[in-house]
Design a protein around this ligand. Structure first.
Ligand code: MG
Length: 404
């Protein structure tokens, strides 16, 4: 049965929320700034500012040169989270399968409920009307409808603002072939640049490119994902945010610049990756009760270990320490080309009993201090001494932070 998936993307989200709240800002080019560390980076610009060429992530001073009348607003994350909660509850009137993809994007699986509302297109227009009527007339969204998440997301990106694009078997190939690769979720600029080195510029090129070439450049998993993108395939389910909250796990992986054989080097990489995963846990206020790691060897065979933790943990050094025993049991029969780690069985920190041991408290303080320095001055400004020289640029994040 063909699935019916909607992807809803709020247009110029933070900026339109600000314009909704303050009528004096409506119709004017405005730029919303990020909080704390990134004070001069624009995190959102209004539709009017975008028309003048002010893009998200541009520097405020540069933007003011282009558009001196730009109105600058300091972002208020809590306000946006509150509006997000309100539109999520509108989405849930149409299906129980609502996946929050980011603060201003969601996937809805309406396969089973579409008929109750007259079909997915009707649902899309009802949602648009409800957002205007119940949240604010200034807010608009672009909606893509497709047989899977990838195509629905591709569709919502095609018409902005206030778009509605339906992608089906009939128009799919045409749409896929006419878009530059970096427009697809999961590719982006860095990967499209690497693809161009393989003479791959369009989805047609990507279809023709031998899987072996892609595997060589990106690793097995990413190579298959790229092939799926080329054909507009995606079997990943829409997982309701309510379920996701319970099922969440955190992971991090990297493909090495060159294959590595030394156990010391492998240990260093493991520590580096566990530090990254632990930071992600702390950023999202999670603790884990399980962790693991995997290796991909030169011949693309793999090996991995999963282990339970004695107590709740969000400390990279602790994950690493526990992984060493597991590592000693692994026979490294080949050079290692990629390493990944993950933390699972996670729980929000409010639900985790805090430790009263003085050494745990001290460790926690050290982590908090390191995090605040890194959050303020940039990733890896302060790190474990043993990791000196382990460079971030070796990271191949593959398909971006959020994956389908
Ligand atoms: Mg958006």
């Amino acid at each position: 049965m063909t699935r019916k998936i909607l992807h809803i993307d709020m247009n110029s989200y933070f900026a339109t929320v600000e314009q909704q709240a303050n009528p004096l800002l409506r119709g004017r080019p405005i730029a919303v700034l990020g909080s704390k560390a990134k004070r001069t980076i624009i995190v959102a610009s209004s539709i009017e500012a975008k028309r003048l060429g002010i893009k998200t992530a541009s520097d405020l001073n540069e933007a003011l040169k282009i558009c001196p009348e730009l109105v600058v607003v300091h972002g208020e994350p809590r306000k946006y989270a509150d509006v997000t909660r309100r539109f999520i509850s509108i989405f849930e009137e149409f299906t129980d399968k609502v996946e929050i993809f980011s603060i201003d994007e969601a996937f809805l699986d309406v396969t089973k409920t579409a008929n109750l509302f007259g079909g997915p297109e009707k649902i899309a227009s009802k949602i648009k009307r409800k957002i205007r009527d119940e949240i604010g007339s200034w807010l608009s969204c672009s909606i893509g409808i497709g047989p899977n998440k990838f195509l629905a997301k591709t569709g919502s990106d095609l018409e902005k603002p206030d778009g509605l694009v339906i992608i089906n078997e009939n128009n799919k190939d045409n749409i896929l072939q006419n878009l530059p690769l970096e427009r697809f979720c999961g590719i982006g600029r860095a990967i499209s640049r690497r693809l161009s080195l393989l003479d791959v510029y369009t989805t047609s090129d990507l279809r023709k490119c031998p899987i072996a070439c892609l595997k060589e450049e990106f690793g097995v998993i990413s190579a298959w994902k790229l092939k799926q993108i080329a054909y507009g395939l995606d079997i990943s389910p829409v997982i309701s945010w309510r379920e996701q909250k319970l099922a969440k796990s955190f992971s991090c992986s990297r493909t090495m610049n060159r294959d590595i054989t030394s156990r010391d080097e492998i240990k260093k990489q493991l520590l580096f990756l566990f530090e990254k995963v632990a930071k992600k846990l702390r950023d999202d206020n999670y603790w884990a009760k399980e962790a693991g790691f995997w290796f991909r060897f030169k011949d693309f065979s793999g090996h991995g270990k999963v282990f339970r933790l004695g107590s709740w943990c969000c400390n990279g050094l602790e994950f690493y320490g526990l992984s060493l025993k597991q590592l000693s049991q692994i026979h490294l029969h080949q050079p290692v080309r990629a390493i990944g780690v993950f933390a699972g069985r996670v729980q929000l920190s409010v639900n985790v009993p805090s430790s009263f041991l003085p050494e745990d408290k001290l460790n926690q303080q050290i982590l908090e201090t390191m995090d605040s320095i890194n959050n303020r001055y940039g990733e890896d400004v302060i790190t474990r001494g043993v990791l000196t020289g382990v460079k971030l640029k070796e990271v191949v994040s593959g398909m971006g932070r959020k994956k389908f």
